[in-house]
Design a protein around this ligand. Structure first.
Ligand code: IMP
Ligand code: MG
Length: 187
């Protein structure tokens, strides 16, 4: 598979690169205001959130640290999480007493982030907020408080800008809607 092949999977570009980048600068400015003088730790959920994290970090002007978690909810080809979430990589740092900001690519049913929030709360952080680039609000099943939100998007499968289509095309600089006939059926 090469980068050119994405055209055959792309229905339309939903959020072009410059729109993404402008919004991320706004989010970074808001986060910088809210966390002025506080010790901030960004927690990125691998792998979809990586591209958003690295751009968001550059838009945040207050000192902060980063750490990573990996969670598995979707297998290749599966298109919905069923509330069954496994932590496959845990944080390296202790979060007790820290101000945590979870950085997610997309919140869909909300089960993934809800499970991560439940786990992190048991470790007694000073505060815990959520920043998601994309919010598929229509699909929400779990009640998740979202403190910073890039874009509300329609209930369509999207890829690019960190989000994969069966592990490919995370490198695209825009968010695109997948052609419905190209999406694999769930497991
Ligand atoms: P949730 O638990 O249903 O909220 O699922 C969240 C996770 O599902 C995200 O972190 C993504 O990895 C994945 N996901 C949900 N919708 C999409 C999509 O449209 N494209 C790619 N990945 C998605
Ligand atoms: Mg993800």
């Amino acid at each position: 598979m090469s980068i050119q092949d994405y055209h055959e999977f792309l229905d339309q570009i939903l959020i072009p690169e410059h729109v993404l980048q402008n919004r991320i600068r706004e989010l970074g400015a808001a986060i910088s205001r809210d966390y002025a003088g506080k010790d901030l730790m960004l927690i990125c959920i691998l792998r979809g959130g990586v591209m958003f994290l690295t751009d968001l970090m550059r838009a945040i002007t207050v000192p902060h640290s980063i750490d990573f978690m990996a969670v598995s909810s979707y297998g290749v080809g599966a298109r919905s999480s069923h509330g069954e979430v496994r932590i496959t990589l845990d944080l390296r740092s202790s979060v007790e007493g820290r101000n945590l900001l979870l950085v997610e690519d997309i919140i869909d049913s909300g089960h993934t982030i809800a499970a991560v929030i439940d786990l992190l709360k048991t470790r007694r952080p000073a505060s815990l907020r959520v920043c998601t680039l994309l919010d598929k609000a229509e699909r929400r099943e779990a009640d998740v408080p979202i403190d910073y939100r890039g874009f509300v998007i329609p209930n369509k499968f999207v890829f690019g800008y960190g989000l994969d289509m069966d592990e490919h095309y995370r490198n695209l600089p825009f968010v695109g809607v997948a052609r419905p006939d190209k999406i694999l059926p769930p497991d």
